[in-house]
Design a protein around this ligand. Structure first.
Ligand code: C5P
Length: 295
């Protein structure tokens, strides 16, 4: 990459809560989810190229990615070019993959959203966040939220996002047991539990961390129980998080297998991360700050 490269952070998404309604005719489920983003994620670099769209992938989890053509990064680049009506636009893109794949952290969606932001900048296109979210919505249900990458409410099948005006930074630990989980089968297992129609919740407002953690503790992830039945390691991770001193909430993110714990402050979260990592050397353990000014 040259000095002209645009750098965009692609933060990990965590669903602090996830309510899921019954399967719709379009094959998706209506959701109501409180979503935050971590100061931990992938990075997208985009720079000018003489012609075409080119992607290379590096980083810890590069090998786990699908084939290049299937990668959401290139799909995002093609979708943006099409939306701009400029098929001649070209770029060389590098994805630094730090996030685990199929982990409930929206990694592929974060990469797609960061690609949209980076190429919009590189190509000097006149799209705002709302338009990028709309372009990204066909790529994956989490992409609109990842375009904003700040605390928000996610509704519809994911395409309706409302950034939260008052939501504090929170400190936590994200733990992934290293078992990939495909989203579709977890939703299908949830369908067998005969879900009730969603009752839209109020917009959560919490001016300080303690109130936000207390509010989060009262919420739930509807996919957690069916996911644990399919992947028992998720239950083991939650037990480990719940047993840590100072852990105020322990819950699964998305369709798993990643889980998060919330703590009162950064030192507590770091101490907890060290402890859980020492006891479970095969798990990916990451202390994080869930913040609003990440991208
Ligand atoms: O949109 P995305 O490609 O991330 O979704 C993957 C799968 O997850 C879908 O094919 C669908 O089975 C399920 N899904 C769902 N309802 C949602 C989001 C995803 O049923 N709101």
């Amino acid at each position: 990459m040259t000095g002209q490269a645009i750098r965009e952070f692609a933060p990990a998404k965590v669903n602090l809560s996830l309510n899921v309604g019954p399967l719709q005719a379009d094959g998706y489920h209506p959701v109501d989810s409180l979503v935050v983003f971590a100061d931990w994620g992938d990075v997208i670099f985009a720079e000018p190229a003489p012609e075409g769209l080119h992607l290379s992938v590096s980083g810890a989890h590069a090998a786990a990615l699908e084939s290049e053509a299937e990668n959401l990064v290139l799909k995002a680049a093609y979708a943006l070019r099409a939306a701009a009506g400029r098929p001649e636009l070209s770029a060389r893109i590098v994805l630094e993959k730090a996030l685990p794949v199929a982990a409930g952290l929206g990694g592929g969606s974060a990469d797609a959203a960061a690609t949209l932001r980076a190429l919009c900048h590189l190509w000097e296109l006149d799209f705002g966040a709302r338009q990028l979210a709309e372009i990204g919505s066909v790529l994956g249900s989490d992409v609109p939220a990842c375009v904003y990458s700040r605390p928000l409410l996610m509704r519809g099948r994911g395409e309706r996002v409302s950034p939260l005006l008052a939501w504090p930074d929170l400190h936590g630990v994200v733990v992934n047991p290293g078992v990939p989980v495909a989203t579709g089968p977890v939703f299908a297992a949830y369908d067998k539990t005969e879900p009730q129609a969603l009752v839209p919740g109020a917009m959560p407002i919490a001016g300080h961390g303690d109130a936000a953690v207390t509010l989060t503790a009262a919420l739930k992830n509807d996919l957690q129980t069916p996911a644990i039945a399919m992947v028992p390691e998720i239950g083991t991770v939650l037990d480990a998080l719940e047993g840590l001193p100072g852990c105020r909430v322990a819950r699964m993110s998305g369709s798993g297998a990643s889980c998060f714990g919330l703590f009162d402050d950064e030192p507590d979260a770091r101490t907890a991360a060290d402890e859980v990592a020492a006891q479970n050397p095969s798990w990916l353990v990451q202390p994080v700050k869930f913040a609003s000014a990440l991208v």
